[in-house]
Design a protein around this ligand. Sequence first.
Ligand SMILES: Cc1cc2nc3c(=O)[nH]c(=O)nc-3n(C[C@H](O)[C@H](O)[C@H](O)COP(=O)(O)O)c2cc1C
Length: 195
Amino acid sequence: MSILLLSGSPAAPSSTGRLLDHVGDKLAALGHRRSKLQVRDLPAKALLHADFTDLAIKRAVDAVAEAEAIVVATPVYKASYTGILKAFLDLLPQDGLKDKLVLPLATGGSQSHMLALDYALRPVLQSLEARQVLTSIYATSQQLTWNDVSGLTLDQAIAWRVQDGVDALSAALNVLRQQADDVFVTQAQPVRLAR
Ligand SMILES: Cc1cc2nc3c(=O)[nH]c(=O)nc-3n(C[C@H](O)[C@H](O)[C@H](O)COP(=O)(O)O)c2cc1C
């Protein structure tokens, strides 16, 4: 069980992907295992035709099913999340996010569409029965600076916001794991036989 970093950006290189990697590195530093899935890497025809017989599609859907938590990242395109992310979410079963924690993440060209995650993506995540959708993280292009040598630098304000989001996801995951352990211990109590 691990955290799935799900990127819905069609671009490469991608600002969203860089921010997502940054979040993944921070989660890894807190001891969490993470894996990455980029929707853009899936076979386009199989994605658009919802071809569940395609092995890559099957593996991607399984990766979601196996994750405890998902960081869903998207650029804002036309005031919403991307079409390829929707195409992928449409492949999931109706309760495809059941029991999972979800941290939504977006990058956009300006602050104008910073609510896109909350008015557009959040209802979809909730309809997929996510256990908890954490407070979204939104960064503008101006808050992210890329350097081929030093990598990604975040403005102070977004750096704090990212840290809060990472800490919240990590804490919620730890609570979830503790609860799962408690259930296991309770169920594992030896049955006392009456004499
Ligand atoms: C097709 C397209 C549509 C966009 N629409 C918006 C928009 O409506 N609002 C906004 O704030 N930024 C918009 N942007 C800017 C991107 O959200 C921003 O540059 C983002 O960081 C790109 O991330 P990426 O590198 O992962 O694609 C748009 C960019 C593209 C290419």
